[in-house]
Design a binder for this molecule. Sequence first.
Ligand code: GYE
Length: 326
Amino acid sequence: MTLSRRHFIITAAGAAAASAFAQAAFADLPKLAKKETYKVGFAQTESNNPWRLAQTASMQDEAAKRGWQLVYTDAAGSAAKQVSDVNSMIAQGVDLIFLAPREEKPLIPAIFAARDAGIPVILLDRSVDATLAKPGVDYVTFIGSDFIEEGKRVGDWLVANANGKSKILELEGTTGSSPANDRKKGFDDVIAANSGFTILASQSGDFARDKGRQVAETLLQAHPDADVIYAHNDEMAIGAISAIEAAGKVPGKDILILSIDGGKEIVQLIIDGKVAAACECSPLFGPKAYDTAVAYAAGDTIPGKLINPDRFYDATNAKESLAAAY
Ligand code: GYE
């Protein structure tokens, strides 16, 4: 009797503590004070392509426009450096951190460190593993594109416009990053559901032009029958053009190229007939990023994801779209 009573008391206390902990964890999402100007951090992942440069410029321009102080860091392609960049922003006492996490898992401790230091985090352009960190609990929200949808749109375009081309080489983005994981899933699911289309090989080109060229060269040698290259970003698509030409083939004729990002250079390459189609992924986050911070400070309910709309380019609209492409 005594034992079971004691057992009951311990269990009840444990349950109460667990529920208090759960509530505390939820309430712990740091708030942002309402102020005229802020000192915010932007932890960029790398600066090796026009997409990244456009994103950084958009964040810097918008901060300058509003008179906010921006602490900018560039992790130069290293998740470990990006973790220490976030830690140094915490030490500098920024009001809020915008983080473009290079990969889905290694940045989680940095998100927790900011949260525990009372600094809200907004994820920009790349997300993190949803089973390990959650919007509204560990960070405020994710702002960016729906990468699964981007991959799906490219896959759907291929199925509808293949003209007999069906043997695909896939150039994946940075291993472990959310756009690489999701652009692969969205595209591969469409291909799996359409008999007659095959992915011959799929390998990471790290979202980089020269790595993309090297990987495309190797894959084209191993699979001389390939007639489609799907690149997870413009840089690797442009690298693939060089690889195709080096192999004595004609991009756009012998091999269809599909891309995601849709920057000016790729839209021009669609006009030139070298690239078949591209789904846009806008890097111009500045206005939306700072507006979201202001809305958060005002106490507005922020959805867990704020999805950017993406345009889609092919030969039917590339000319008229060129001026508006970033
Ligand atoms: O597609 C790529 C960049 O995270 C959405 O990263 C972004 C991707 C973009 O390096 O070009």
